[in-house]
Design a protein around this ligand. Sequence first.
Ligand SMILES: Cc1cc2nc3c(=O)[nH]c(=O)nc-3n(C[C@H](O)[C@H](O)[C@H](O)COP(=O)(O)OP(=O)(O)OC[C@H]3O[C@@H](n4cnc5c(N)ncnc54)[C@H](O)[C@@H]3O)c2cc1C
Length: 411
Amino acid sequence: MVVVGAGECGTRAAFELREAGWTGPITLVGAENVLPYERPPLSKSVLTGPDEACEPTALCESRALRDAGIEFIAGAAVTSIDRDAHRAVLSDGRRIAYQRLLLATGAAARRLPLAGIDAGGVRYLRSRADALVLRDRLRSGARVGVIGAGFIGLELAAAAAARGCAVTVIEAAPRPMSRAVPTSLATAVADRHRQAGVDLRCGLTVERLTRRDGVLLLELAGGEMLECDTVVAGVGAVPETALAEKAGLAVENGVRVDARLATSDPDVFAAGDCCSFPHPLYGGRRIRLEAWRNAQDQGRAAARNMLGDDQPFAAVPWFWSDQFDLTLQIAGLPDTAAQEVVRERPDGVRIRFGLGTDGRLRSAAAIATGNAVAKDIRLAEMLIARRAAPATAALADPATPLKALLRHAPI
Ligand SMILES: Cc1cc2nc3c(=O)[nH]c(=O)nc-3n(C[C@H](O)[C@H](O)[C@H](O)COP(=O)(O)OP(=O)(O)OC[C@H]3O[C@@H](n4cnc5c(N)ncnc54)[C@H](O)[C@@H]3O)c2cc1C
C-alpha cells in the first residue's frame, strides 16, 4: 500500500490501513521534509502563540510510524505513477511497487494573477514553512495587507491584529466568506474584525503591486495606494492534481473519484482536499471539500475501501473557523438550501438552519464565543445525516430541544 502525501488525510489513511488489518508493507511519501503535522493551527496558534509553542501540532511521532510498521519517506515527492507496472516513481529516483495507491496530495494556495506580482513579497499560507515566515513578520506596528476575506485571510487578519499589526483586508466580493457562509454570519464576523481595528474593505480589487524602498504598494481600484510591510494573499486553494493528470486519471475540480473514493483506476484511490466526490446526501452532487475533518474521515474511509470494503463515503461536511474569540461552525452545505430557519437561543446565539425544497435539513451554521455552538451543530449534523425534515416551527423554537427532533428522525 502506497500513500502519496503525508498531510492529515494521507497520515490517517496509513495508520488506518494497519489498524484495519493490512499486514503487508505500507509506505507514506511526503514532499515536505518534516513529520506530518496539523494545518489548522498555522493560521491560529502558530501565528499568535508564544515562541516556545510556535510549532504546529504533530500528527504523529516517528516512533508511532515505526511501531505501526509504516515506512515514512519525507522530503521526496512522487513524480509519476506507472499504472501498468503498478509503480510510483519518486523525485529521488526510487521506484516503489504498489498493489493499491492513495493520492492524498491536498491543495496548494491559489496564486494571485496580479500585475507586479513578480516584484516579490506576496506571501501565501499553506505550509508550516509559510507560517513560520509570516509569524516572524507579524510584529507589532507592521502594516499588513491581506488580499481576500475567505477563512484563511480572515484568520490571518485576526492573528495579525492580535499581534498589534495594522491590518487592511481587501476583498473583491461585496462581503467576506461569500463562498460558504450565510450572509448574516459573514456580517457578524466582519463586525468583529472592524471592532478589533481591522480595516476590512469589501467590493474592492487590487490592481497592481509594486515595491519601493522595501515597502510594498498595493494599488487599489480607483487609484488609492496602500503601503504595506507584508502582503498576504488568501484567495483560495487549488487541488494538487498534477500527478493524477500525468497518470491519465480523470480530473474534475480535483481528482475524480466515485462514492468509494476510487479513481478511474480501481487500484488508485484519492481522498482529502485533492479529490472531488459525489455526495449521497446531496443527490450525488460532486463536491470537493477543504476541511480538516473531511480529510481525516476520507483518509480512513479510503484506506478501508483500498482493503476491499465497499462503503460509500457519506459523512456530513463539517468545518470550523476561529477568529478572535469567535468560533464559526458549519455542518452540511449552506448553498444547497432553499429556505433558512433561524433559532435564537436564550443566550442570544442564532443557529441558522438551511432546508432543501423537499423540507429536509441541509445545513446548520452558527457563530459564538468559544465552543458554545458545538453541541447544537453536532445534533444538526445527525439530523442532516438522517435526512430529517423537521417542522420549521419546531426547528425555530429554542424550547424544542434538537435532541427531541432527532428522536423523530428516521435512522
Ligand atoms: C492555514 C490553514 C488553516 C486551516 N484551518 C482550518 C480550520 O480551521 N478548519 C478546517 O476544517 N480546516 C482548516 N484547514 C483545512 C485543512 O487543514 C485541510 O482540509 C487539510 O489539511 C487537508 O488535508 P490533506 O491531507 O487532504 O491535504 P494537505 O494537508 O494539503 O496535505 C497534502 C500533503 O501532500 C503533499 N504532497 C502533495 N503532492 C505530493 C507528491 N506528489 N508527493 C508527495 N507528497 C505530496 C503536500 O506537500 C502536503 O504535505 C486549514 C488549512 C490551512 C492551510
